[in-house]
Design a protein around this ligand. Structure first.
Ligand code: FES
Length: 177
């Protein structure tokens, strides 16, 4: 570890890799060395950060933001941003940015429907927030929701997991399961 001004983590897990993150990190590392910025900017790869649908994702500390949809062609822009000399490439995601707020509202609405949300209701909530059924499936795959049987009705249900509750800081909204 070096005490650099910026620490950049490029997700190279499967979804981001499929969308070009290995090219991105390769080019970024090359340019950091070529421009002699390696004492200023540290670049590492990382595993999934669970924003797979909008990757390739780049986490930047100490800014505590994620840039999404960044490609190798954006490296010059990214370096300028890291040096405080321009706008960031890609979509900026932080706790309160619109995409994250939208996701949080989906989980909040589902929790308001009860500990066991009927799948149709969850799909409707997601759709109302612009998320298709493929997004719902992806949330299940990543462990933000779990498909369970409601013990009272024996109907299939969606349960919002602790992972989602913690990530979106929804504890105050959670119903006891
Ligand atoms: S694969 Fe990169 S965020 Fe999931």
């Amino acid at each position: 570890m070096y005490w650099t001004q910026k620490h950049v983590l490029v997700c190279t897990a499967s979804h981001c890799a499929q969308k070009g993150s290995n090219d991105l990190i390769g080019r970024l590392r090359l340019e950091v060395v070529r421009k002699k910025l390696d004492a200023e900017i540290l670049v590492n790869n990382c595993g999934t950060i669970d924003l797979c649908d909008i990757g390739p994702n780049v986490v930047i500390y100490p800014d505590n933001v994620i840039l999404s949809g960044v490609q190798a062609k954006d490296v010059s822009e990214l370096l300028a941003y890291l040096r405080g000399e321009g706008d960031p490439p890609g979509e900026v995601t932080g706790f309160d940015t619109p995409a994250e707020s939208n996701r949080r509202e989906i989980y909040r609405a589902a929790l308001a429907a009860g500990a066991f949300c009927p799948p149709e209701e969850f799909a409707t909530i997601a759709e109302r927030h612009g998320m298709p059924s493929t997004w719902v499936d992806e949330q299940a795959r990543r462990g933000f929701i779990a498909r369970k049987t409601n013990p009272d009705t024996e109907e299939p249900s969606i349960v919002i997991t602790k992972k989602a509750i913690d990530r979106y800081r929804l504890k105050q909204d959670a119903q006891p399961a």
